[in-house]
Each structure stands twice: as C-alpha cells, then as structure tokens.
Design a protein around this ligand. Structure first.
Ligand SMILES: *Cc1c(COP(=O)(O)O)cnc(C)c1O
Length: 413
C-alpha cells in the first residue's frame, strides 16, 4: 500500500538518510524498527517513502484514541491560541476544571497533575512516604513500599532501584532503599513482608512491559484486603492499563478493586503531549502542602485542555466498549493461533501479549517481518509480541492486521 505524503520526497534512500542521522546524533537508548514515520491519522501511520502501516502499538497505549483524534487536536489548537504555560505560580482557567473532571471520571477526590508517567509514579511514592510519616506514624526514614517483580514503573533512578530487569537497572546504582520486591500474583508473599513500616503496595493491575501479564484472579482483591487490614495504601499504576485499554476505565475495576492512589499517564495526553497524574482521596493526597512537591510544566494550560478533551472522550464509555468488543475479536483470533506458531496469549480488552512458540522467530524478527507486511508492533521481552492497536481501529482493519500476524507467525511452521 502506498500513499503520497505531501511535503516528503518519498525516495527510498531518504529512509537510510534518516536512520544514519539517528545513529550518529542520538543516544542509542532505543533500537527502533527501520521505518521513518512522517504522518499519521487514526490507526494508520505513513513513512517518508509514502508507505502506510497499521499501528498495532499505539505508542504503548499513549495513542488509545488514535493519531490526531479530531476532538483532541481541536482542543489543543484552541488552547494554543489562548495560553499554553503559566507555571503553577498562578492559577489558570483550565486547571481547576481539568482536576474536577478527572477526579469525577475516576471516582476520586483530588488530582496531582504531572507530565511523564515516571513522574507520576515518583510523585505517588513521595505521597505514600509522607502519608506514612504524617498519618500512619512510621518512624523517620523507615517507610517501606512493597512492589512486584517484573514490574515496569518508569526509568528514574528511584524507580529502576526496584526493577528486576537487569537491562533497566544495571550500572545505575547506588539504588534507592525502601522497596521490597515480591512475586507478581502472590498475595501471600505480600502478606509475609508487610511490617508496621509498610507505607504502600505498588502494582500494575496488568503488567504491560512484562508481556501483558494478567495476575491470577483474586490477587488485586487480596492486596486490597491486606492493605485495609494493615493500614497500608494500595497504589495502582494504571499508566498503561488504564483509560479504556482493557475495556474498563481502570483495569483494577475488573476485580472491583479501588486503589487509594492511581497513577495515570500515556493516553491522558491524547497522544499529543505528556500528561500524567496521581489521583486519589483527600485523606492521602491532602498530605502535600505548598512547596513540598511540584513541576514547572505539570498541569499547564495546554496539557489541561487536552486532558479535559481526553476525559470527555472517556466519559461516554464508548472507547471502553470498543475495547471490549474489538478485544473479544482480537483474543478469539489469537487463541486460534495457539499451537500454530504461538505458545500462549494473555491480555484483556484490546491488549494482548503473544508468546512466539519455540522454533519460531525472535520477537524482533517477527516485528520486522510484520513491518514488511504493513503492520507496526513491537516485541516485549525476547519472544513476546505486544498487540495494542488504537481503540479507533475498525474491526476490518483489526482483522487485516491480524491476518498479517497470522502469516508471519505461522510462516516458519
Ligand atoms: C510507560 C509506563 C510508565 C512510565 O511512563 P513514562 O511516561 O514513560 O515515564 C510507568 N508505569 C507503567 C505501567 C508504564 O507502562
């Protein structure tokens, strides 16, 4: 499939020129597929040569509403004409409304807006520690936070301190103390490590980077009970799992679990700019006072205007329903591949981790092959494909992308 992209030359050699620039002038902290994108709309992206691809990654779920959703770009454009940044030194007219609307959407009382997901997680950690000292009465510098193995919460020094991924963690010490790692899915182990100094349990309701790992049924509910019984905060990192991806606004809802704090990010910025937030109760977020935490860009007018448009899109339940319906199709088709180049499929809603069977291609090889078939996705871990198309994808588009997945994964069999 080809389409002319206005303003790009469309020569095949152009791709190599861009790849060479990246290789020479950018730090090598990523290893992107060799495709150079120039344009996108909905579930489609176009490269500098004019080739179209179905986006099966959706910016790691930052693009839940697709590329350049008209309501989101309109909100951004309108705000660009008014005011984009004030700093929190002053109030602005998008801030309060954004906080109220996000709190109402998530059934919480207070919002702490930040920018990146990692910042939201860092902020939740700071709030939980402060709550432990000021409310629970933990002795100074003794607060502990229980986390799960194979977690992914971001890339800051504190967050990688409790990563179990050697690639993410090695050479970045000395590490921040105060974290206890337990096996994901094992509530009994969490119970065994809770002490009077435990401030919080921090988990992803579904582990995205680990390969879209859904915990055993009852895990989140047991964590909730342990937290209640021991005066410990439950922090759900919904940065990737939240905002409709799994068919619910929040993935924790699949077990009817309410967390004390949620971290949100990725799709909250509508794929336009980084917007993240910690949301929760007044009793917990209320521990912060002026000067004790902040961010120059957090809660800026442009971010709030886009965030409000995102909240508005989510408030109807339309995207949640799409994720449920398209997700049923996705999982039905992927389940059909088990035993045919696929060893296991996990996930919920329009989100799947597909383990490539032994004897099949490496994850990266499969992703490169899929690119040649006009579908962009990315491996996570070595042998898992993560499939997370934008929720605006049509069922025909989803099917055609899955045809490509089927061709690539069953080719070598
Ligand atoms: C992506 C992600 C983060 C980090 O978000 P950034 O915006 O990349 O800092 C944190 N937690 C989870 C669960 C994520 O998927």
């Amino acid at each position: 499939m080809t389409a002319a992209v206005p303003g790009v030359r469309g020569t095949p050699s152009e791709t190599s020129e861009f790849l060479a620039l990246d290789e020479t002038y950018s730090a090598h902290n990523y290893h992107p597929l060799p495709v150079v994108l120039a344009k996108a709309s909905g579930a489609w992206v176009t490269d500098v040569e004019g080739n179209d691809y179905l986006d099966f990654l959706a910016g790691y779920s930052a693009l839940n509403f697709g590329h350049r959703h008209p309501e989101l770009t309109a909100a951004a454009m309108e705000q660009l004409e008014r005011v984009t940044l004030t700093s929190r030194a002053f109030h602005h007219d998008q801030f309060g409304p954004f906080c109220r609307e996000l709190a109402e959407l998530t059934g919480t009382e207070m919002v702490l807006p930040m920018n990146s997901g990692a910042e939201a997680v860092e902020s939740a950690i700071k709030v939980a520690r402060k709550w432990a000292y000021r409310v629970k009465g933990v002795a100074e510098d003794r607060a502990e936070i229980v986390v799960a193995g194979s977690n992914f919460h971001g890339r800051t020094t504190t967050i990688v301190s409790f990563s179990t991924d050697p690639e993410a963690r090695a050479d970045y010490g000395p590490y921040t103390p105060g974290f206890v790692i337990t096996e994901y899915g094992d509530a009994a182990e969490v119970e065994s490590v809770i002490t009077p100094n435990t401030a919080a349990v921090l988990v992803e309701p579904i582990q995205g980077e680990a390969g879209v790992v859904v915990p055993p049924r009852g895990y989140l509910r047991e964590l909730r009970k342990l937290c209640d019984d021991n005066n410990v905060l439950l922090i759900a990192d919904e940065i990737q799992s939240g905002l409709a991806r799994t068919g619910e606004l929040l993935a924790s809802s699949h077990e009817d679990v309410r967390a004390d704090l949620y971290t949100l990010g990725k799709a909250l910025g509508g794929g336009i700019l980084p917007v993240s937030a910690v949301v929760g109760s007044r009793a917990v977020l209320g521990v912060l006072h002026p000067g004790e935490h902040g961010s120059t860009f957090g809660g800026n007018p442009l971010a709030c205007a886009v965030g409000r448009a995102v909240v508005n899109l989510l408030s109807t339940g339309h995207f949640q329903q799409r994720a449920r319906e398209l997700g049923a199709r996705l999982h039905e088709r992927l389940e059909g591949l088990v035993g045919h180049g696929v060893s296991e499929v996990r996930g919920r809603g329009l989100w799947a981790g597909v383990d490539i069977a032994a004897g099949g291609p490496e994850g990266r090889t499969a992703a490169t092959e899929l690119m040649r078939h006009g579908v962009l996705c990315k491996q996570t871990q070595d042998r898992t494909l993560r499939i997370a198309p934008p929720l605006v994808i049509t069922s025909e588009e989803l099917d055609s992308g899955l045809d490509a997945v089927e061709r690539v994964l069953t080719a070598s069999r």
